[in-house]
Design a protein around this ligand. Structure first.
Ligand SMILES: [Zn+2]
Length: 445
């Protein structure tokens, strides 16, 4: 910036001060601002509660001191807590045998607000990848990385916002940063040219595009993308409208909330690109077709073609796709290191027609679940079901389920906890006592 423009800028700022002050004083009396202040004891308690996870880092990770800290980058991990901590500390594994050495964030914040320190904040974490902000490339070199457990198409929890707000408050003080220095990964990542973009472009990542700054007590931010404005990068229309508002859109916050959350289901408006960014054709991105088939992203182009991917296809990031394909065909889903209740059921995870079978033997409908990440690995679930209907001598499977009693969509619960689809039950006359069945809500399912 030269002297003249600085001078003009200064004059402009002076003019704006009364306006800004009015807003600020007004804000002090709003309930939001009252919540905004963290007491000293609260901050102290929060800092004392951070779980040290640094020793779990992959021994292959090379610690390198970061020389400058100019930004804090917020991510969504696209996994549950267990998977997130594993990938962040130990690294990502790829189908071709390649892997990363871990150290992918400084902090991880679980759905219940519990915060983990995964790497000493003085070291460089490899979290932003190919990235640029305001002309500076390799954002990892000048930033702290914070991972929120969750998905860019699922709401971030209240407890996460609470912890994140406090963590940001502390880090801003430590590094002398401003609210506008806090950005999401989707804002700073960029991709190389591809079929949709002739030039380097935004949109490589969708990470934390659902991040609502106000809920983390953050104020002023960028009203434009400096690298797009300077023509260093091409804009991604989805991210541009989410973060900077498109002309004609209403005030940021309200109008964008639906766009921010969108979903991970392919529709006419929601393409593979808009859901997965540059990972659309990665082997670790799974496509679950409406008929239950699953395909890894690197095979969709050849097998189906990107323009012919059916509406209703579900897109999941960070998957080992072989496991997904086994899962997709069965009405009984399994919670694993990569598949959470959210990746199986989406917003229906709390619905009464989503039924969970915990490893402890407890059975509960979705309404008995507090959060999709509260369920242990090994939990089974069925989405879109009603039941149980107990089978007795008088009330046979046929009487309950009708003609479809042998269909794979009717699921039998056997004493001891086995769940067996109707087409796998060998002898209906020889069912043990205490068998019940579950019926799909939609007869076709
Ligand atoms: Zn990210």
């Amino acid at each position: 910036m030269n002297m003249t423009s600085r001078h003009i800028n200064y004059t402009l700022k002076l003019l704006f001060i009364p306006v800004v002050l009015c807003f600020y004083v007004g804000g002090l009396f709003s309930p939001d601002a009252a919540e905004a202040a963290y007491s000293r004891s609260e901050l102290k308690r929060f800092q004392g509660s951070i779980t040290d996870h640094r020793h779990r880092i992959n021994p292959r990770f090379k610690k390198k001191t970061r020389r400058h800290t100019r930004m804090i980058i917020v991510h969504t991990s696209e996994l549950g807590l267990e998977g997130t901590l594993r990938v962040i500390s130990k690294g990502k594994k790829f189908k071709n045998g390649r892997s990363t050495p871990g150290g992918h964030a400084h902090y991880v914040i679980a759905r219940n607000g519990r915060t983990y320190r995964t790497l000493d904040r003085r070291y460089r974490a490899d979290h932003a990848g190919l990235s640029m902000w305001n002309g500076k490339t390799d954002v990892s070199d000048v930033s702290i990385g914070i991972e929120l457990v969750g998905y860019h198409h699922a709401p971030i929890s209240k407890s996460q916002y609470r912890s994140l707000g406090m963590l940001l408050h502390v880090l801003k003080q430590v590094y002398g940063l401003k609210d506008r220095d806090i950005l999401t990964h989707s804002q700073v990542a960029y991709g190389r040219p591809n079929p949709w973009f002739k030039k380097n472009h935004r949109g490589r990542k969708r990470c934390a595009k659902n991040f609502d700054r106000a809920k983390a007590n953050l104020g002023p931010t960028w009203s434009y993308d400096p690298d797009v404005r300077a023509r260093r990068l091409q804009a991604d229309p989805i991210l541009a409208s989410v973060f900077y508002g498109t002309p004609g859109s209403a005030a940021p916050g309200k109008a964008v909330s639906a766009k921010r959350l969108a979903s991970n289901i392919i529709s006419k408006q929601n393409s593979a690109w808009s859901i997965a960014g540059d990972e659309y054709n990665a082997a670790t991105t799974a496509y679950i077709l409406p008929d239950g088939r699953a395909l890894p992203g690197d095979r969709v182009g050849g097998k189906i073609g990107w323009s012919r991917l059916p509406v209703g296809t579900k897109v999941l990031l960070n998957q080992e796709t072989r496991q997904v394909s086994v899962q997709a065909k069965s009405p009984v889903k399994l919670i694993s290191g990569q598949m959470t209740a959210w990746s199986h059921a989406g917003q229906d995870y709390r619905s009464d027609s989503t039924i969970y079978f915990l490893p402890s033997g407890r059975i509960t409908p979705g309404s008995g679940i507090r959060d999709w990440d509260d369920l242990p690995v090994g939990t089974r679930l069925m989405v879109g079901y009603k039941g149980p209907y107990e089978i007795t001598r008088q009330k046979t499977a046929y009487k309950i389920a009708g003609k479809r009693y042998k269909h794979k969509s009717v699921v039998y619960y056997l004493p001891g906890g086995r769940l067996v689809p109707g087409d796998e039950v060998r002898d209906f006359n020889d069912l043990p006592r205490g068998v019940s069945l579950y019926l799909p809500l939609s007869p076709g399912g």
